[in-house]
Each structure stands twice: as structure tokens, then as C-alpha cells.
Write a protein that binds this ligand. Structure first.
Ligand code: HAM
Length: 426
């Protein structure tokens, strides 16, 4: 038997109803905040991620699905391609390629789509997973660097989570400063690590040399006390970065959005500057981050583009769905009515009625005239329909239909013209 590849999975009904519910809700929130959709390719040049996300990150050094694309002509070189492990680098590439900054306005973009990382599959961690993300990017003259953008993006996230009904999340906030601060902090970490790195895991020993900041991502339990005792990033922020962070926090305070400052949260991608954040959820186990994001003021320039500060996030949609299912806020889409044709020649009338009711926005399923009424009722109950509408000869003559409320067990007769309104009522 041929099976789905480890770390990938089929999304099946009824779960897909919840996926669609989430996607509809988030699209409507994005619209209210004046964000517009961007769709970038699922694979890109490997170099984009190596330069954008960073060579020393777990994502680039261990987790990418990369292959050599065959050269099409002798004059061409084979090109290294990679399935996108995340979408920010692709969005910024697209921003540069299409000169989206030329309008002088902020670009407020969102995306929904699959990402690929060769991680060890476990609960909440897949090799193909889905992200719902957004990026605000533009020239500095459009205010892309200002703290209000950070606060608005974070506030929008709370609205997104509210709109899908996710409760019980915690916002973790940090500032990783700008390139200068990071260089000073990296130097301090390198010095502090020199004395202790021999007691740490192999990854930390390597990172202590190459990119000490990444040591803070380490999850090995024995290394945690050592990492907790390392210097803190807040001691290395310069004045503009300190003020920027203070402004973001003060704006969140004014809006009543609670957060925890978590100085170890430097995020696993190299492009971050200043504000970083994650939302965690208690029901997710070890993979508790339901989303992550932050500012990336130098990313465009590191990819050869113009100065274009930006901030964004990506929600792990698989994890968001898991958390929703765990809290049973699952908005299962119930069928409004099951139409049961009764007797020969009734199918066509039943379908016509179904069409009218679907046009009126109702969710309708239809049986077959060969079914006995009992079988129709059983089918309706199984699909969680609220009503059964019977379409028989008498009903057609009267142009009024027997409507049975499945839960209450009550049956009434409703004229065709009133039927849609009656079924819309709870
Ligand atoms: P990230 O933290 O790498 O950030 O991923 C964001 C979210 O994607 C995570 O919090 C998690 O919920 C989900 N996720 C990541 N890996 C997996 C996986 N293997 N299986 C299931 N879910 C996963 C980024 O990707 C950045 N591009 C976010 C961003 C946008 N920063 C600025 N703009």
C-alpha cells in the first residue's frame, strides 16, 4: 500500500470544515485591517533562505528540502532549489523583485499556505505544515520602522485569535536589538560561553563559535541552567532600540494587551531585529508556540534590496487547529436540512427545492426517492442535520412541506415561500 510520507498528512472531513472556518475568519480580519493577499511560489532559490533565514539556523543547516534542478541547456548551470521552509524571505524577495516600495506606501500583505521543514515529526510538528502569516513592509518614509506598526500587528493577532475563538494563549515579547547591539551581545555571549561550552551539547559548542545567539534556542534540558546564567540581551540594547521597545510595550499596555517579557526568546531565524514575539498555548504540549514573529529591518538589504524595514508573523495553522479542537470550540458546520424525497418521481422536485434553499444560504443535503423514510432520518441524524424536509406527492400538491425538527422531534407543515426563513431560525 502506498501511504502518505512521514511528516505529511491528509486533512479530511470533518476536520477540513474547521480549517475552512479558520481561514474564512482570518481572511475577514485581514480585510478589516486593510491587508491584502500575496501568493509566492512554493519553491525558491536555496540562496534566498541561506541569506535570508541564515546559514547557522536549524532551518537552513538541517531542515530544508533542497535539490539540484537539472540544467536545461549545456550553457546553464544546475540550480539549487528549496521547498520554502517559511514565507517571509519569499515575500521580501517578491517586494524587491516587483519594486513594491515604489508607491511609497506600506505594503500590508498576508498569506495562507504550506511550508516544508525536515524536522522529526511529532505531535504538532510536521514536515509539511501550514502557516497563516502577514508582513508589513515599506520604505522608512512610510513609517515602516515605527513602534505603532509593531503594536498594530500584535493587536491584530489578538483579534485573529478572538475571531476563531482561541482562548488561553500567552504573549511572549522581547527585543533583540539592531545589528550593532547583536554584535555586542554576541561578543559578550562568546566570552561567557568560552568557559562553559565544554559542558554543553555538540550544537551549542559549535554555535558558541559560529553564532552564539543561537545557543539561546537550545532545548537540551541539561544546558538550560547554563543558558539561564548567560548575559541578557536587554543589557546590550542601544538607546534607539531601548526607546522603540519601550514604546511598543507602552502601546500594548494602553490597549490592555497583556504580555510577558522573555529575554531568552531570540527566535530561530537570523533576520530578526528589535521586536520579537511568540504566542504560546497550554494545550499544545512540547510544541507550544502557536505563532511567532518579529521585526526584520535589514532583511531587504541583506537580499540586495532597498532599505525596507518590516514586521510580521506566521501562525502555525496545524497547531491552531489542534488547540481549537482541544478546547472543543470546534465550530462543526451542521447541515441545516436533509431533504427526503418520498416516492417515485420526487427526486427532481427535491433537487429543485434544495437549489432554492441553497440559494438562500442554507446548508442542504438530499437523499433519494428509493430510501424509506426511516433510512432518511438515520442519514440526517448521522450528518447532524437540524431538520428533515419531506418532499412527497401531497407536499407537491399543497406546495407546503413537512419539516421535522430532529432534536425536538416536532413536525410542522411550512409553505414553500416561508421554508428558507423557517430553516434559518435556530
Ligand atoms: P517560525 O517561528 O519559524 O516563524 O514559524 C511560525 C509558526 O509556524 C510556529 O510558531 C509554529 O506554530 C509553526 N511551525 C513551524 N514549524 C512547524 C512544523 N514543523 N510543524 C507545524 N508547525 C510549525 C516563521 O516562519 C517566520 N517566517 C514568521 C515571521 C513572519 N516572522 C516575521 N514575519
Amino acid at each position: 500500500m502506498i501511504k502518505a510520507i512521514r511528516g505529511t498528512r491528509d486533512l479530511l472531513p470533518p476536520d477540513t470544515d474547521l480549517w475552512n472556518f479558520v481561514e474564512e475568519r482570518v481572511r475577514s480580519v485581514f480585510q478589516r485591517y486593510n491587508f491584502h493577499e500575496i501568493r509566492t511560489p512554493v519553491f525558491e532559490a536555496t540562496e534566498l533562505f541561506a541569506r535570508g533565514v541564515g546559514e547557522d539556523t536549524d532551518i537552513v543547516s538541517k531542515e530544508m528540502f533542497t535539490w539540484e534542478d537539472k540544467a536545461r541547456a549545456q550553457s546553464e548551470k544546475a540550480q539549487s532549489l528549496t521547498l520554502r521552509p517559511e514565507n517571509t524571505a519569499g515575500v521580501v524577495r517578491s517586494y524587491i523583485e516587483h519594486d513594491l516600495g515604489r508607491s511609497g506606501q506600506l505594503q500590508k500583505l498576508y498569506y495562507v499556505g504550506p511550508q516544508f521543514r525536515r524536522e522529526r515529526p511529532q505531535k504538532g510538528r510536521y514536515r509539511q505544515f501550514f502557516q497563516i502569516g502577514a508582513e508589513v513592509i515599506g520604505p522608512p518614509s512610510a513609517g515602516s520602522e515605527l513602534p505603532i506598526r509593531d503594536a498594530e500587528v500584535i493587536e491584530m493577532l489578538t483579534a485573529l485569535l478572538d475571531s476563531v475563538g482561541l482562548k488561553g494563549w500567552t504573549l511572549h515579547l522581547n527585543s533583540v536589538g539592531c545589528a550593532n547591539d547583536r554584535a555586542a551581545y554576541n561578543a559578550a555571549l562568546r566570552e561567557a560561553l568560552a568557559g562553559v561550552k565544554d559542558k554543553m551539547c555538540a550544537d551549542c559548542q559549535r554555535r558558541a563559535e559560529t553564532n552564539p545567539l543561537r545557543v539561546l534556542d537550545c532545548k537540551v534540558p541539561e544546558d538550560q541552567p547554563i543558558i539561564d546564567a548567560l548575559p541578557k540581551i536587554s543589557q546590550y540594547l542601544d538607546e534607539p532600540c531601548r526607546l522603540h521597545f519601550a514604546d511598543v510595550k507602552a502601546t500594548l499596555d494602553t490597549m490592555g494587551i497583556a504580555y510577558q517579557v522573555n529575554e531568552r526568546m531570540v527566535r530561530g531565524l537570523d533576520y530578526y531585529t528589535r521586536t520579537t514575539f511568540e504566542f504560546t498555548h497550554g494545550d499544545l504540549g512540547a510544541q507550544s508556540a502557536v505563532l511567532g514573529g518579529g521585526r526584520y529591518d535589514g532583511l531587504s538589504e541583506s537580499l540586495g534590496g532597498p532599505k525596507a524595514p518590516g514586521i510580521g508573523f506566521a501562525i502555525g495553522e496545524d497547531r491552531m487547529i489542534m488547540a481549537l479542537q482541544a478546547q472543543q470550540a470546534a465550530a462543526t458546520v451542521a447541515v441545516d436540512a436533509y431533504i427526503a424525497p418520498l416516492g417515485t418521481g420526487m427526486n427532481r422536485h427535491a433537487l429543485k427545492l434544495a437549489r432554492e434553499l441553497r440559494d438562500a444560504g442554507l446548508i442542504i443535503d438530499v437523499g433519494d426517492e428509493s430510501f424509506r423514510l426511516k433510512k432518511g432520518f438515520e442519514a440526517a441524524e448521522k450528518m447532524n442535520a437540524r431538520y428533515v424536509v419531506i418532499v412527497g406527492e401531497n407536499e407537491m400538491k399543497a406546495d407546503a412541506f413537512a419539516v421535522k425538527d430532529i432534536k425536538k422531534g416536532e413536525q410542522v407543515t411550512v409553505p414553500r415561500l416561508d421554508l428558507a426563513a423557517a430553516l434559518h431560525k435556530q
